[in-house]
Design a protein around this ligand. Sequence first.
Ligand code: SF4
Length: 388
Amino acid sequence: MSRVSAQLSSLEIFRQWYEDSFTEFKLVSEWKDVNAGYALGYFPVYFPVEIPYSFNALPVALYGAEGRINLDIAIAHTQSFVCTICKSVFQLGAEDRLKAFDVLAFSNICDVARNLSGIMKRNLVDKEIVYLHFPIHNDTPLAIKYLVDEYKRLIDVLENVTGIKYDEERLRDSIKQFNEKRRLVKRLMKIRREKPWLIPFTEFYVVVKAGSVMPVEMFNKLVSKYLREVGSRRVRPADRLRILIKGNFCEQPPLMYMKTIEDAGAYIIEDESLIGQYWIGEVDLDGDPLVSLAKAYVENPSPLTVRFHPSIDKQEYIKREIRDKKIEGALFLSPKFCEPSLYDYVIYKKALDDIHFPYLHLEYEETTSSFEHLRTMVETFVESIMFD
Ligand code: SF4
């Protein structure tokens, strides 16, 4: 941490990394210079960040540009029915804003992301592009072995780019750091579940998104400090509806969009934005770390929209979430043209219809810039439940 950073509050440092994470990536370049390191940018939703970090390559999530750049080049290269995050990530590459990254990684989360990888490869010819195939049949014993082989392919790429040899012990250390990070994020989520008035959603989001860019040790140290700051806050609870949000796991709604929802009378108790930062949970430190990482993906009992897992009953899962987290209303936020989000909506909607639970479905884009209509919709939804 620089001397200037040491004088800032933890939240101010999170804000700096957050602001840097859309179009600039200057802090990523600085980190590379100071640490003689590398950087790997990955497209959401989930990526085994521990692997590049064990090669001294900073893993950075590319969550789009939040409407901060013009998408003209991307619009000329893609169909009109493509989600906006794919356009903005392509545009970032086309404008050479991704030059800090030595490797860009994509995976088979959906057809659009799959094709994005190909378009990037064709247009950014000097860039190392890696494409990970996560297993489709996650309930077969071969899935773990298959995923380990995929991770070995990623390791080959990283060895070539960095000139560093794969080291099991370094990977285990990296897993230890990221396990701690996920524990800390879950502590923040627990506070939001129990006392959502202590950490506004917008603040929580800035902290976790900053954590998708900054080096993990720095994040862990700053969150511990931030947790102490939060613990000393004296804030009175407001009379607001406790809501659960589903569908925003990949393309991110603008932060103002989420603020408008809370300002309309809700506490966002949990949502899926940035879910890839904590979903994998605690990765086992015993045994072969590649197997542990693969197991944590394949055997994870929590649903992830972009992972097909037939043995997980999503309808029972959402009913349990509503009960356990004392949820009073649900919002389904679907990025425009996002099929995975819409498929999940159909599944969850049926579960909520069965128990006559109130919900609202809305569409957004990361470029959404008008929030009046949203405010009216959410206010009406909240009032219809609170004054029922
Ligand atoms: S927003 Fe949806 S359609 Fe677009 S890349 Fe993400 S999962 Fe695929």
